[in-house]
Design a protein around this ligand. Structure first.
Ligand code: CS2
Length: 505
């Protein structure tokens, strides 16, 4: 599989001279976009759409990529003329492309003032965000900006901003008070109503920081926050992807991004100061983004969580390996059909059967190496976007959502395992910002019921209303008990039996 390094060349514009077919897009032109969150998802999604759009209709839409903390990608991109490869992987074969659309990079933690200055630059017309669910600092109890979080407090008091919302809000303040050129803030994260939510958080910040009323008025009237639905499965980096790029191209890339072939982007067309011709790259501009977002957040992301937790508890390292277990597939199909689909008003012309078939095919992509530990990470901020609303709808109708309860129970068993229960290596590899708090609750809890009560009441994960749903809490606790005593297969079998019984009743 490895080729001799003598034959390889470091990635950069010079190295691509002889293989121009790899490069997507013309030289990027001036910076028109500042992107916060230089992770793999952005580099395999929005950057690719932008590079293709630039090829079709060139404009000043170069992207300044801002990493939150890590230097790794920034150092690699700087050494490679801001190029990197996207390695598209499927059992049918692999393909490499190189989107040439970044004009520069910054590390926010090292240079927060430069980030604010970049967003405040009048030549910048769009700010895009992929900062993960945790990056928004949403207080679960209120759905508003978490003004109790240390870093939010620091930013509100005027410190060099550490949070995304702080960076955006301070830059908007500066724009309003200097040139007042309009701007669009485009959230590309898996957060429900991501545009409207970001707008609310920015306004919460400005209010808490005592911003001048003219600034608030300008933001409300001039800055747009379109909603978006983003979709492409993008694994975390691993050495084998660079080896594959080397094998296919002879290029040495220090920061390649693996991705599935599928990609989808639905965007509300409300841009305050123009945008790249993303439709030329396959993006869909639609007034039904809310519906697409819910479809994606629940059918894909919600079910993904269930597959990740059940699989990890069953010793499965990857999503395709987990999804290939009959008990996982049955649970995934049940949660989609009975609990997620009924909670969504589908977009017009949308074919749910075809969409679900495609999901199972995407989850079967064994070439991708998408790990259960990756999808299972950050459950404390992902699940609130996926589970509570569909669960509440069913509970209101007197139905206990068995597979949503199983999702929460499996998550708890992975990240806050009851005393004495070993969830296995894939669960232990899951990272979660709430892990210390949840682990402390798990240590104090005598029984599964105690643990579940404590997490719903004091875990800082779900809103207060869900804690007042005793049927749900009891069911989650029963599944926690079953998983820890008999394993995930038996818990899933019990969920299937309860589902069948409810259907007969
Ligand atoms: C996954 C998503 O990690 C997760 O929670 O559900 O990252 C998923 O792969 C993407 O949203 C696909 O678009």
């Amino acid at each position: 599989m490895t080729t001799t390094t003598a034959a390889t060349r470091p990635l950069g514009r010079a190295a691509l001279a002889g293989s121009a077919d790899l490069l997507t897009g013309p030289p990027p032109g001036r910076t028109g976009i500042v992107h916060l969150g230089l992770g793999n998802f952005h580099r395999a999604h929005q950057a690719v759409y932008t590079a293709v759009a630039q090829g079709a209709e060139p404009g000043d839409w170069g992207i300044l990529g801002v990493a939150n903390r890590s230097r790794t990608v920034v150092d690699a991109l700087r050494a490679q003329d801001h190029l990197y490869s996207v390695l598209q992987l499927s059992p049918e074969g692999s393909r490499v492309s190189v989107p040439g659309v970044h004009t520069g990079t910054l590390v926010a933690a090292e240079d927060p003032h430069a980030v604010v200055a970049a967003i405040a630059d009048p030549a910048v017309r769009v700010v895009t965000l992929t900062v993960t669910e945790h990056g928004y600092r949403i207080a679960p109890r209120t759905g508003r900006l978490d003004l109790d979080a240390d870093d939010v407090r620091h930013d509100v008091r005027g410190g060099a901003p550490r949070t995304t919302v702080g960076q955006v809000a301070r830059a908007l303040e500066r724009r309003a008070l200097s040139h007042a050129a309009p701007l669009t803030v485009l959230s590309c994260d898996n957060v429900q109503a991501n545009g409207a939510t970001t707008r609310g958080l920015v306004l919460d910040f400005l209010a808490a920081a005592g911003a001048h009323p003219d600034v608030v008025d300008w933001v409300e009237r001039t800055v747009t926050f379109p909603n978006t639905m983003v979709d492409r499965i993008v694994p975390a980096s691993a050495p084998r992807y660079a080896a594959e790029v080397r094998r296919l191209t002879g290029l040495d890339d220090r920061a390649p991004v693996p991705a599935e072939p599928f990609s989808m982007w639905v965007v509300e067309d409300r841009f305050a100061a123009g945008r790249p011709a993303w439709e030329r790259a396959g993006a869909v501009f639609s007034d039904e983004v809310d519906a697409y977002e819910l479809v994606k957040l629940r059918l894909l992301n919600g079910t993904h969580s269930l597959i990740a937790y059940l699989g990890a508890l069953d010793g499965r390292a990857t999503i395709p390996d987990s999804r290939a277990q009959d008990f996982v597939e049955q649970a995934a199909r049940a949660v989609i059909a009975d609990e997620y689909l009924p909670s969504i008003e589908l977009p017009s012309g949308f074919d749910p059967e075809a969409y679900v078939d495609e999901l199972f095919a995407r989850w079967s992509n064994s070439a991708l190496g998408h790990r259960t530990s990756q999808v299972g990470s950050d459950g404390s901020v992902k699940l609130p976007q996926r589970v509570p609303e569909p669960a509440t709808r069913l509970l209101d109708r007197g139905v206990v959502p068995q597979h949503l309860a199983l999702t929460v129970a499996a998550w708890l068993c992975c990240v806050a395992p009851p005393d004495g229960f070993d969830p296995g290596p894939h669960a232990r590899a899951m990272a979660d910002p709430a892990a210390p708090r949840l682990a402390a609750l798990a240590r104090e809890a005598g029984t599964a019921r105690d643990l579940v009560e404590a997490v719903f009441r004091h875990g800082g994960v779900f809103g207060a209303d869900l804690a007042e749903r005793p049927d749900l809490l009891a069911r989650v606790a029963e599944y926690v008990d079953l998983i820890t005593t008999h394993g995930p297969r038996e818990a899933a079998a019990e969920a299937a039996r309860s589902r069948a019984a409810a259907r007969e009743a």
